[in-house]
Design a protein around this ligand. Structure first.
Ligand code: ATR
Length: 278
């Protein structure tokens, strides 16, 4: 049976297996998607194993998205610029890396009614400077006016420098600085607010009092479905969206790449993810 894998460490928390298996069933494909627990030291071996003829590809998630790059034969422009791969395809033993988080984020923006190409100069604040922030910057590059804020300022500066040519000047602001009141879009890419063992789920990356009055607020977190940031935004009447649509659509794009099918059932993936989240 053709196989798809998820390389993760630990592997237990991901919604990808239920999403992909629901979609594969709906497509009538006798393929199996399964999570594999890969400790960091075993990543090279796990990637090498993807060259086997029965394996069509894999998703890669925390903590392997960056480390996997040099192990592949080729990567897309988005993956190279973001420095992260979340989707690998096995093309007759040749391993190619993509970053479908960019696609997922663009789909989330669309669900939020934002079409970056039609909104040149869109005043955007991105909170965070990790792999997820890079996908957001890539998606908005060249159109939006982006300010990056991160707890560790040097990482924000590195991100800005990496995208300078593609995105035009990017501004870096100190974490904790109130955003410009004219800001139109706020995107949280940090893990603040996420349901994690030992972490206060009632934290927000941005205090309610500094939320710009005309901004759309997007939180890439989807567990819990309504974070403190989204609750504060909604209480002020701001449009607020969580990251579930990004999760679903990065998966749909990966499945399109692996199967070549244009009719990947995103609705089945969304339904399976929502059911698993309870
Ligand atoms: P991902 O690939 O999901 O973006 P990452 O590269 O580990 O993951 O990045 C996590 C982001 O969340 C970073 O911007 C991180 O800030 P630092 O660069 O300072 O580490 C941010 N983050 C995580 N926990 C945070 C916290 N408690 N407060 C503020 N920012 C936090």
């Amino acid at each position: 049976m053709p196989e798809l894998r998820l390389l993760a460490w630990p592997a237990g928390h991901s919604l990808s297996p239920v999403m992909h298996n629901a979609a594969l069933a709906e497509l009538g494909l006798p393929w199996e998607y399964r999570a594999v627990a890969v400790p960091p030291a075993e990543l090279p071996e796990a990637v090498e194993a993807l060259r086997a003829p029965g394996v069509r590809g894999a998703n890669v998630t925390v903590p392997h998205k960056e480390a996997v790059l040099p192990l592949l034969d080729s990567v897309s422009d988005a993956a190279r610029l973001c420095g992260a791969v979340n989707t690998i395809s096995n093309r007759d033993g040749h391993l190619h890396g993509d970053n479908t988080d960019v696609h997922g984020f663009l789909a989330l923006l669309q669900a939020a009614g934002i079409e970056p190409a039609g909104r040149p100069g869109l005043k955007t604040v991105i909170l965070g400077a990790g792999g997820a922030a890079r996908a957001a910057v890539y998606a908005l590059a060249g159109t939006a006016a982006i300010t990056i804020m991160n707890r560790t300022r040097s990482r924000a500066e590195e991100l800005a420098a990496a995208f300078e040519t593609a995105a035009g000047p990017l501004t870096v602001a100190e974490a904790g600085t109130p955003p410009d009141p004219e800001t139109e879009l706020i995107v949280n890419t940090t893990s603040v607010g996420m349901e994690l063992a030992g972490v206060d789920p009632d934290e927000s990356p941005l205090p309610a009092r500094v939320l710009p009055p005309g901004a759309t607020v997007i939180d890439m977190v989807y567990r819990p479905a309504v974070t403190r940031l989204l609750r504060d935004a909604a209480a002020r009447g701001l449009p607020a969206y969580n990251g579930l649509e990004m999760l679903v659509m990065q998966g749909a794009e990966a499945l399109r790449i692996w199967t070549g099918r244009q009719d990947v059932p995103a609705a089945a993936m969304r339904g399976a993810a929502l059911a698993a989240l309870g």
